[in-house]
Design a protein around this ligand. Structure first.
Ligand code: DX5
Ligand code: ZN
Length: 229
């Protein structure tokens, strides 16, 4: 299992964003995770396509846009045009989820579906064969630095099973409270893309923190391989 790391810039210093992203790129990050919040779906405001477009020019890493906004369809095209390689929408605000996934894919980006902690796995059932990834929220969205909700590991496991049963190898991404203490349980549950904000950018050395998280994830993945062998 190849685990990937997606540092969330929500915890970065926005006045030095280029340098912050360069540091995680040096540390071996696989993506840059951008949290887009509208002040309606979640009680916070962040950034829009202009920041994605600046990041696109500043890094070779693919940009993973997590839309925490109502009516996400209205913004998909602007984010893909700005340079998003991946765009995920929350199932709670996507009444026409199949149409939204087609919209994202039609623009050439990978299409992800996000589930809040209280949203049941079953909401994914009808699109499980065609999502490009599923993002499991392991905190209630809106803020960085919150504690990991322990029920999230079992949710990752159940989603992995649902995707496998649909014949879809799409990865499960996990977001919220991921650090050196929680990484092992989520990797063991089947998470393959790890979002981390505070654990990377709220440290003196984000490059080293990225490397440390990846190494911990690789150790957990290797332990699963060894136990299966
Ligand atoms: C929360 C965001 C997360 C956040 C994670 O709504 O979706 O991406 O940045 O932050 P940490 O890693 O600090 O929990
Ligand atoms: Zn996020």
């Amino acid at each position: 299992m190849n685990v990937q790391v997606a540092p969330s810039i929500l915890a970065a210093n926005f006045a030095r964003l280029g340098a912050e992203v360069a540091a995680v790129e040096r540390g071996g990050a696989d993506y840059v995770h951008v949290d887009v919040m509208d002040g309606h779906f979640v009680p916070n405001l962040t950034v829009g396509p202009a920041v994605v477009s600046s990041l696109k020019a500043a890094t070779r890493l693919p940009i993973d846009v997590h839309l925490m906004v109502e009516q996400p369809d209205r913004f998909v095209e602007a984010f893909v045009e700005a340079g998003a390689a991946m765009v995920s929408v929350h199932v709670e605000v996507s009444p026409h989820l199949d149409r939204t996934l087609s919209l994202i894919k039609g623009l050439g980006a990978r299409a992800g579906v996000v589930l809040n902690p209280a949203t049941p796995v079953g909401t994914l059932e009808e699109v499980a064969d065609r999502v490009d990834y599923v993002l499991v929220m392991s905190v209630n969205p809106g803020f960085g630095g919150q504690a990991f909700l322990p029920s999230s590991a079992s949710k990752v496991r159940r989603i992995r099973t649902l995707l496998d049963e649909a014949g879809n190898r799409a990865p499960v991404e996990i977001d919220g409270g991921i650090d050196l203490d929680t990484v092992e349980q989520v990797v063991r549950a089947g998470a393959e893309i790890l979002v981390a904000g505070s654990a990377i950018f709220r440290t003196p050395d984000p490059a080293a923190a990225t490397r440390a998280l990846r190494e911990a994830a690789d150790r957990a993945a290797a332990a699963i391989g060894a136990s299966r062998a």
